[in-house]
Design a protein around this ligand. Sequence first.
Ligand code: HEC
Length: 101
Amino acid sequence: MRIAIAALLALPLLAAAEPYPKGDPVVGRKLAAAADCAKCHSERVGGDGSRMYTRPERKVKNPRQLLTQIGVCNTQLNTGWFPEDEEHVAAFLNRDYYRFK
Ligand code: HEC
């Protein structure tokens, strides 16, 4: 009984800790690699391009902005990603770089 109540209380916390509930970071990682997202970023910030996501002056400050920016960059590449795909990529970038809760 006590365990059941604890589990119920934990549910909303779990939901709040996941900004992209439908995004799968494993799928997102593959999509981002296949689309060559890093190439263009690397031309600007050097290295493997991931500094674009970690630089101190980075633009993206919350989960919504991350989705928006992925949409903007994605449009330049013409990947034909669906909104679900963008959510996968957001989940990947969030897991590895942004860490929004
Ligand atoms: C044509 C070049 C180009 C391509 C291709 C590109 N990006 Fe970008 N991306 C940029 C530039 C330039 C910025 C920095 C924008 C700024 O500072 O205002 C950026 C910034 C970002 C940011 C925000 C970084 C921050 O400041 O927090 C994300 C997230 C991002 N890109 C994701 C992607 C993804 C995902 C892809 C692959 C679908 C991609 N980009 C492909 C040029 C590109």
